[in-house]
Design a protein. Structure first.
Length: 133
């Protein structure tokens, strides 16, 4: 809450931010909403593919709020956005998930997972691979 002075009157304003319940179910679709994408689908990017031009988009039909995390391949170990090994960009907006590599890969093949959670429950996982030299 905050109080503000306005014409010798105290005005109190309140901002309440409320999110919906955590998702318990999730269906992932291709970008055209025609085909359901199976869990553990592999997303492959070429070594020189980077940025929005190579982004892959998916439709999300969830029963509530989702959280998108990037994890070490095959684990639930979440990478911090500032971690040097955090190379795919993944985010959701308006019922869509967009995944893209943020840099060209000049080394060995890279593997990470993009995981969609409803609260603390894993609902879906993409295995993301970027080819190496």
């Amino acid at each position: 809450l905050s109080a503000e002075q306005y014409n010798d009157s105290n005005i109190i304003s309140a901002t309440i931010i409320q999110t919906g319940p955590d998702a318990t179910t999730l269906t992932v679709w291709d970008s055209g909403w025609n085909n359901i994408i199976p869990n553990n689908t592999v997303l492959s990017f070429g070594k020189d593919e980077t940025g929005n031009d190579f982004a892959k988009e998916f439709g999300l039909d969830a029963s509530g709020e989702l959280i998108v995390k990037t994890c070490l391949a095959g684990t639930s170990t979440v990478l911090d956005d500032n971690d040097a090994s955090h190379w795919p960009r993944a985010g959701q907006s308006q019922g869509a998930l967009i995944v893209s590599p943020i840099s060209v890969n000049s080394g060995a093949e890279r593997n990470l997972d993009v995981v969609l959670y409803g609260g603390t429950t894993e609902l879906f996982r993409f295995k993301v691979i970027q080819a190496g030299n």
